[in-house]
Design a binder for this molecule. Structure first.
Ligand code: DCP
Ligand code: MG
Length: 355
């Protein structure tokens, strides 16, 4: 049986800002783009969350909710350095690490021998050590697989240490609201609720053929999740050829609507991801669209910089191929091939769809 740890920093960018300027600690702060440039919030501290502010909200909206919000421009270079320090501390527990973003990683501690193999003690040590060395609090979940470890670390955030031992998996899932399951966004949750399925117990009672009929391939995954099964392994770094981000929308949107906000959000996420990877040289940019009829198209162009204007122009062209509402948009860059002397080893990503 696997033993997986999921560690995720609490309000990461904001935590770095508060650490470096302690007077910000108890006032609502957010990190994000300027409201007058249609900027969006990357994250905010917990005092700001009380006002209903959250990641991906427009900065203008956030300032309406909380006019005295202290808005800070992101400094990716600084976040990247703190991230590298934190990942270095993770390495002391195990080399089997899969970073998902700057502030989040899975650790496979199945064979780790520290603390007589106790996941609880390892998690306790990790939290203390990360705080001691970097001043950042992290939330940690430990469980027999990835999906449960991730849910555990998010359980009553911030500053969580939550362990789901194998003997508790079944009872934990019984009461788990279906929207906590990975891949279950608002639309899928609504469909499950219409079937009167609200928690893991009701989901477990669903027959596999029914789930497959309603949800296709994902029905099989739901069937497994309800039984606490997730066989995904922790994927350690591999060579990377591109960097991209994509968003699946709750509702299909038009190209016009996309340019009102979703494009901005994608650009921020892409920029964050490019910075995280140390700003590697690229030779192409590309866009991806999935239309409401599930047809997809990708369009790429050489020698272009990954700017908002360039992506906007590429979307104009790509959209014309089907001219329909869109359910997913993605943007990315193709990396210049590394030369023989300098292998470009970068991290793997989990491109989970987000609203
Ligand atoms: N981020 C971003 N845009 C988003 C979501 C996140 O730029 N839509 C950035 C800012 C976050 C960092 O990524 O600080 C980590 O993302 P998390 O989802 O882990 O959010 P936080 O760490 O900020 O908060 P939490 O305490 O909920 O983990
Ligand atoms: Mg986080």
């Amino acid at each position: 049986m696997q033993k997986i740890m999921h560690a995720d920093c609490d309000c990461f960018y904001a935590a770095v800002e508060m650490r470096d300027q302690p007077s910000l600690r108890n006032i609502p702060i957010a990190v994000g783009g300027r409201p007058e440039q249609r900027g969006v919030i990357a994250t905010c501290n917990y005092p700001a969350r009380k006002f209903g502010i959250h990641s991906a909200m427009s900065s203008a909206h956030a300032l309406r909710l909380c006019p005295h919000l202290h808005l800070i421009r992101p400094d990716f270079e600084r976040y990247r350095r703190v991230s590298a320090d934190i990942m270095g501390i993770f390495q002391q527990l195990t080399p089997l690490i899969e970073p998902l973003s700057l502030d989040e990683a899975y650790l496979d501690i199945t064979g780790a021998t520290h603390f007589q193999g106790s996941g609880t003690w390892m998690a306790q040590w990790l939290k203390e050590e990360v705080y001691r060395q970097t001043g950042i609090t992290i939330s940690v979940g430990v469980a027999p697989n990835k999906f449960l470890a991730k849910i555990a670390s998010d359980w009553k955030k911030p500053d969580v240490l939550f362990v789901i031992p194998p003997q508790n998996v079944e009872s934990f899932i019984t009461e788990l609201p279906v929207e906590k399951l990975p891949g279950v966004g608002p639309a899928t949750a609504q469909r499950l609720n219409q079937m009167n399925v609200h928690d893991g117990e009701a989901l477990k009672a669903c027959a596999l053929p029914d789930l497959i009929e309603r949800f296709g391939k994902f029905g099989h995954r739901l069937y497994q999740l309800a039984r606490g099964i997730d066989t995904r392994e922790v994927k350690v770094e591999r060579e990377r050829k591109s960097i991209s981000v994509e968003n699946t929308f709750d509702h299909d949107i038009t190209l016009e609507q996309a340019k009102q906000g979703p494009l901005e959000e994608l650009m921020l996420k892409l920029d964050e991801r490019i910075q995280r990877h140390g700003n590697p040289p690229s030779h192409k940019v590309f866009v991806k669209i999935r239309f409401d009829d599930f047809t997809s198209t990708t369009l790429e162009c050489s020698g272009m910089a990954p700017t908002r204007e360039n992506y906007s122009a590429l979307f104009d062209q790509a959209w014309l191929r089907h001219s329909r509402p869109m359910r997913l948009m993605g943007v990315g860059i193709r990396l210049t091939a590394p030369d023989n002397n300098r292998q470009l080893i970068l991290f793997d990503d989990d491109l989970s769809p987000s609203a």
